[in-house]
Design a protein around this ligand. Structure first.
Ligand code: NAD
Length: 269
């Protein structure tokens, strides 16, 4: 027993190796989705970029000496989502990992918030994750070799804010779907978890983060003293995609420099 554990410890690095795995990354053209795709490719996975407009990520991954394919998909469309999973199977023979990263955000006074905008945020952020996860899980169950589903939630899924009747609620729904899916598929070796980043530098957030008044207040709320960078995603997404996380199911892991650990009030001393 002791020797067996030592043997396993000697090969612990291999637990993080994604060689030969296939990962679909929705929203993989830009921002955090692109970062997840690049990180997973760096760890050895073959990547399928799934986006409204897949952009250049496939080429970037090919430039890293890894394999990639692209598929145009609107994650709200059931048929397109089924075709996305089929594309991954056609390109690489199987699906091991799904990263749900396609998402949108908007904030404005709740009394002025149009129903159509509310529905759009809910459709992409919640229905999209339901459809993509369901389709990927069907494929993983058929394969019978387990799998990993990782959704990019948000720190905003733990707290509300003025001007936000949809985004925070959509991410809270993602957190709860993550737990329900984890309960259902854990017996089959499919681990479902979520990453909850705080404000991270992407096209979606750059206009707000670039405001000096906003960023200086934000830094005070984050013990690590900065917003999230895209490469902060690498370690966590690779870990959750890998064998190293095989006993982690239904976790919502903050990626936030300690923001949620801290009450945010001024120092009392
Ligand atoms: N940037 C942040 O600060 C931050 C923080 C926490 C969580 N998040 C979450 O991370 C995810 C990505 O955010 P980002 O900042 O990288 O955004 P982004 O706008 O830079 O990229 C989003 C990507 O999703 C794609 N997309 C949008 N709607 C789609 C649809 N219907 N079907 C397929 N693809 C679609 C877009 O084309 C784009 O490539 C979102 O779910 C967001 O809520 C972002």
């Amino acid at each position: 027993m002791a020797n067996d554990l030592i043997q396993k410890a000697m090969s612990v690095r291999s637990l993080f190796n994604l060689d030969g795995k296939t990962a679909i990354v929705t929203g993989g053209a830009k921002g955090l989705g692109r970062a997840c795709a690049l990180g997973l490719a760096g760890a050895g996975a073959n990547i399928v970029i799934a986006d409204l407009d897949p952009g250049n990520t496939e080429k970037e991954i090919a430039g890293m000496g890894r394999k990639a394919a692209s598929v145009v998909v609107d994650v709200r469309d059931e048929k397109q989502v089924a075709a996305m999973v089929q594309k991954a199977v056609d390109a690489f023979g199987k699906v091991d990992i799904l990263v749900n990263c396609a998402g949108v955000a908007d904030v404005k006074s709740i009394v002025d918030f149009e129903l159509s905008l509310w529905e759009k945020i809910m459709d992409i952020n919640v229905k999209g994750i339901f459809l993509c996860s369901r389709e990927a899980a069907r494929q993983m169950l058929k394969q019978g070799i387990g799998g990993r589903i990782i959704s990019i939630s948000s720190l905003q899924g733990f707290a509300g804010r003025a001007g936000d009747p949809a985004y925070s609620a959509s991410k809270a729904a993602v957190n709860m779907m993550t737990k329900s899916m984890a309960c259902e598929w854990a017996p089959d070796g499919i681990c479902v978890n979520a990453i909850a980043p705080t404000w991270c530098w992407t096209d979606m957030t750059a206009p707000t983060l670039s405001r000096e008044d906003f960023y200086s207040e934000l830094k005070k709320r984050i013990p690590a003293g900065r917003a999230c960078n895209q490469d902060d995603l690498f370690g966590l997404v690779v870990f959750l995609a890998s064998e190293a996380s095989s006993f982690i199911n239904g976790a919502i892991i903050p990626l936030d420099g300690g923001a949620i650990a801290c009450d945010g009030f001024p120092e009392a001393k």
